[in-house]
Design a protein around this ligand. Structure first.
Ligand SMILES: Nc1ncnc2c1ncn2[C@@H]1O[C@H](COP(=O)(O)OP(=O)(O)OP(=O)(O)O)[C@@H](O)[C@H]1O
Length: 586
């Protein structure tokens, strides 16, 4: 029952609808009291031989009237109570999605995609059930139960009623004992469902790798393990739930036995008429449904409560990103001053960056290179404010980047990540994703900078070509270039390319770099790359290894250093030359 008080914020908000709904249920219950009473009255008239045709027609007319009234009242409560439950579903879904949008990288590392999807679907459905069928079952069983008990006492006999309902106390005891167990069982069942979701998501996304490595059978066996666990958890919860109904039948049976013995004796001793006993038994029959409903009510409430716990836990997760104490309202622009004394990832104590400092003036281009795992992406992560907690400071135009509102700050950055993501829509909308009002000319210009315009022109449907999961497949290089076009479209103050030219050939790479330089004379650019030719023309180049700067200078200065940059540049140049020769012979 605690779930009702935890959802009280919603019931308060929709109190009018719920009040009308419960009122309609009350009136339906009042309507239900009438037919058994009519039956009793008619039976008595028959046994006393006083039944007339007019009396019969009047009672039949009354029955019809009550049936029509009941129809409209049922429509009303359904609209009010079930309608409200869908409002709760919408509110929770929107809150959860808004929360997902707000959360940082650490959150997405902690929670698996399948978990998040299970919360957004199954758990919300279970909570909606509380606000719809749960409220209905509770109100209806209480109203019907109490009104039937009242009618049994009022119209027949209070003492007999008391004896007949005495066994029902057992049901309350049973509900109390099983309640907590059902809650735990549902928690496990929902967690197992999350695991299945996660497994399905991972297997579908990684299907190519799975097949390539011939791991389908192993993966199916793993999947079967998750399903078995889920079924085990479900079986347990349904076993507990199934204990309710047989017990309810036994309790109702005992009540009937008591009624027939004590009611029969009362008729023999003329304390009640035979018609009143018929009415009493008919009221008892009406009581059967609310009794069975208590079983399903507990199922709904415990399931909803377990799911609400899971959703609340998720909504309670806080983003580790800093909310500015002295918010800077101006647009972030000016020189970028990066001074990182120490940084480690939240879940890892190893120092990822150690004394990394640089200043990048407006309009300059900086390259970041270095051995794999050296710290290039970490520098970019910090610039992108994936993490706000570190020993150091990053300023733009002398303002700490954490003093800008996150959206304002990120709006000034065009970012092309290592892994590209295409949305399931056409190429045009994929390019203008961050600025959907961009004109056709702006989209074409962005595609030109990314050297993608000719590829698009060759596609049968040009900019209308559908891409993403449901569309045509683009090559790795095309995906990278589309991501670049998306990032340059809004002409950002800072453009960051994180190893995003790796899948294009050297000629295309040169084209893109030249066009970026021409079109972004005032814009600042950072290029992290494995291929040194990508940063050759940069105003300054950082070489990072083991989280620290091992070389810093221009291309010429670094060559003169005759260190890692010099060695790697020569090695890559030789490889490129060899590849070129092989290609020309092939
Ligand atoms: N999310 C993370 N949590 C914990 N450690 C991380 C995380 N991301 C990176 N690291 C670690 O930080 C170090 C630097 O990694 P980073 O990705 O910045 O290197 P990189 O130079 O970009 O490498 P690559 O060229 O292979 O992309 C590595 O030791 C890596 O294992």
């Amino acid at each position: 029952m605690g779930i009702f008080s935890r959802l009280s914020w919603f019931f308060k908000h929709r109190w009018r609808q719920y009040s009308f709904g419960v009122l309609a249920l009350l009136l339906v219950a009042a309507c239900n009291v009438v037919p058994p009473r009519i039956v009793g009255v008619v039976v008595d008239a028959v046994s006393k031989k006083t039944l007339t045709i007019n009396f019969l027609i009047m009672n039949l007319g009354l029955l019809l009237l009550v049936a029509i009234l009941g129809y409209f009242l049922r429509f009303l409560w359904q609209k009010m109570i079930f309608g409200s439950s869908y409002v709760l579903e919408r509110d929770l879904r929107n809150r959860l999605f808004h929360h997902f949008m707000k959360m940082d990288t650490t959150f997405y590392k902690k929670w698996r995609t399948g978990d998040l999807m299970a919360h957004a679907t199954n758990d919300i459905d279970a909570v909606r059930e509380v606000a719809g069928p749960g409220v209905l079952t509770l109100a209806d069983s209480l109203i019907t139960g109490l009104s039937m008990i009242f009618a049994m006492g009022m119209f027949v006999d209070w003492k007999l009623t008391l004896y007949a309902i005495l066994p029902l106390i057992l049901l309350a005891v049973m509900a109390n004992v099983l309640g907590n167990k059902i809650h735990d069982a549902f928690m496990k069942s929902q967690a197992a469902f999350s695991s299945i979701n996660n497994k399905t998501q991972e297997s579908v996304v990684g299907i190519k790798v799975l097949k390539a490595l011939g791991q389908e059978q192993q993966d199916e066996a793993d999947f079967d393990k998750y399903v078995t666990e889920n079924i085990k958890a479900n079986k347990k919860s349904y076993r507990l739930d199934a204990m309710f109904d047989p017990l309810t039948s036994i309790i109702m049976g005992i009540s009937y036995v008591i009624t027939i013995i004590l009611g029969g004796l009362a008729v023999i001793h003329s304390q009640i008429t035979i018609g009143e006993l018929v009415s009493f038994i008919t009221y008892m029959a009406e009581l059967t449904w609310p009794m069975f409903a208590i079983g399903s009510l507990f199922n709904i409430l415990e399931r909803g409560s377990a799911s609400y716990d899971r959703i609340t836990e998720l909504l309670g997760e806080k983003s580790s990103l800093v909310t500015p104490r002295h918010e800077v309202k101006t647009t972030p622009n000016g020189p970028l001053d990066f001074e990182m004394k120490k940084f480690h990832y939240p879940d890892d104590k190893a120092i990822a960056l150690n004394n990394v400092s640089f200043v990048l003036k407006e309009g300059q281009t900086m390259g970041i290179v270095g051995p794999t795992g050296g710290g290039k992406s970490t520098i970019i992560s910090l610039l992108m404010r994936d993490f706000d907690h570190y020993n150091g400071q990053i300023t733009v135009g002398n303002h700490d980047i954490r003093d800008f509102k996150l959206d304002d700050y990120l709006d000034t950055i065009g970012y092309v990540p290592q892994t590209n993501f295409l949305f399931s829509t056409d190429i045009r909308d994929n390019i203008r994703f961050a600025n959907i009002d961009a004109t056709e000319e702006q989209v074409i210009a962005a595609a030109h900078i990314a050297d993608l315009d000719n590829d698009i022109d060759d596609m049968p449907e040009g900019y209308d070509t559908q891409v993403g999961q449901l569309g045509v497949s683009l090559s790795g290089g095309q995906k990278q270039r589309l991501s670049i076009a998306r990032a340059v479209l809004s002409d950002p103050e800072l453009l960051i390319l994180d190893d995003s030219l790796s899948a294009v050939d050297s000629k295309t790479e040169r084209n893109i770099e030249q066009r970026i330089a021409e079109n972004r004379s005032n814009g600042t650019t950072i290029i992290a790359a494995s291929r040194l030719s990508s940063v050759e023309h940069a105003d300054q180049i950082l070489v990072v290894d083991h989280g620290t700067i091992i070389e810093h200078g221009t291309h010429q200065e670094l060559l003169a250093n005759k260190n890692w940059y010099y060695d790697t540049f020569n090695l890559q140049a030789k490889n490129a030359e060899l590849e070129g020769r092989l290609n020309s012979h092939g």
